[in-house]
Ligand binder design. Structure first.
Ligand code: KG4
Ligand code: ZN
Length: 345
């Protein structure tokens, strides 16, 4: 009989509660059931309020576990371990998911597999097709903008990251400046379709720096000043042109860093994931790079770009097989932690 591993996964690092059950048999990982509850309470404030987010996680998490276990047609006896996002993220949010996982691990007498949130995003793209290492992982979300060298399963080296705002965060701030709602990414990119990407020459941040770090505060300020300059005379066409030109600056800056990273190693594939990986312009731009360099590209499916527990389970089953098992007593939420601490090598 084939040996299989069944994992219950929990994600609660920001404002999405995710629960999933996954089963790995040989090389195939199957999602038996998954649910995500995205909190809409933050739309009014234009950003996530951590304590409010935690209350929402607490409200939905237990019924979601019951529902997902039911959908997956599994009982506690079928579960080998509980994979948990332990960090990084908002402490009040993380604490709810971690506590829920610890209670289940204690009650069911199961081990916990601690998973790094970004590791989850990496796996959401990594398992999309044939895995060829080393891979260059491009993880861009509301909280992170990172280039990671993935030498093998569970092996991570950070090559570069943002020194200030993350790309998704800047999309959200520009959306607010343009009077669009939250989350801003999808709204800015929808408006950008109607605009001219060359209408404004916004800065391409860190274009000439020799490292692989990013910085977006200058671009954000340039957009703000442009909107202020136009003032009350702003019309829909200006707003569309600003959105398109801003998005173009982001695409150029990310593409520049990816090309730079590819000159520094013999990469066999690119992985693209995180909330901002849902952005079509950026997906197309990265596909162009992979095509030119003739290397494999795996992009997370749109439903796994935003935070979810499937990706935590995907990393979790591999970590489980590698023996990353902890007792509920030894697991805690951590607001800030490097993915390299989760690396096997
Ligand atoms: O991965 P995620 O759900 O949460 C974090 O871990 O941060 O990413 C959410 C971010 C938000 O900033 C949202 O505006 C952005 O991803 N986003 C997008 C798009 N869809 C979501 N940004 C640009 N274009 C999109 N289509
Ligand atoms: Zn995320």
């Amino acid at each position: 009989m084939k040996k299989s591993t069944t994992i219950l996964a929990i994600e609660s690092s920001c404002d999405d509660t995710g629960i999933a059950v996954l089963r790995k048999e040989g090389d195939s990982v199957e999602v038996l059931a998954s649910l995500v509850t995205s909190q809409d309470i933050h739309a009014a404030t234009g950003g996530v309020i951590p304590e409010e987010a935690a209350k929402e996680h607490l409200r939905v998490i237990s019924p979601m576990v019951t529902a997902v276990m039911g959908d997956a047609r599994v009982g506690k006896e079928d579960i080998d371990a509980i994979a948990l996002t332990v960090g990084p993220g908002l402490m009040p949010s993380l604490a709810i998911g971690v506590q829920a996982g610890k209670v289940l691990a204690y009650a069911w007498d199961k081990p916990i597999v601690p998973v790094h949130h970004i590791e989850g995003h990496v796996y959401s793209a990594l398992l999309m097709g044939k895995q060829e290492f080393p891979a260059l992982a491009v993880i861009i979300s509301g909280g992170h903008t990172m280039l990671i060298k993935v030498d093998n399963y569970l092996s991570y080296t950070i090559l570069g990251q943002t020194r200030d705002d993350a790309v998704g965060e800047v999309f959200d701030k520009v959306a607010r400046m343009l009077g669009l709602g939250y989350p801003g990414g999808p709204k800015v990119s929808a408006l950008a379709i109607k605009g001219n990407p060359n209408a404004y020459d916004f800065p391409r941040p860190m274009e000439h720096s020799h490292d692989l770090d990013f910085s977006y505060s200058g671009l954000k300020t340039a957009v703000l000043y442009q909107i202020r300059d136009i003032g009350d005379a702003i019309i829909e066409e200006d707003r569309a042109n600003i959105a398109a030109s801003f998005q173009q600056a982001i695409c150029d800056s990310v593409a520049g860093k990816i090309k730079h990273a590819l000159t520094q190693g013999e990469y066999k594939s690119i992985l693209f994931a995180g909330g901002v990986a849902a952005n079509t312009a950026l997906r197309d731009r990265i596909a162009e790079i992979a095509d030119n360099k003739r290397i494999l590209l795996h992009v997370a499916p749109r439903e796994l770009c935003g935070d979810n527990a499937v990706m935590i389970g995907q990393a979790g089953v591999y970590a489980y097989e590698a023996g990353r098992l902890e007792s509920w007593k030894d697991v805690d939420a951590v607001a800030r932690i490097s993915i390299e601490k989760f690396s096997l090598h």
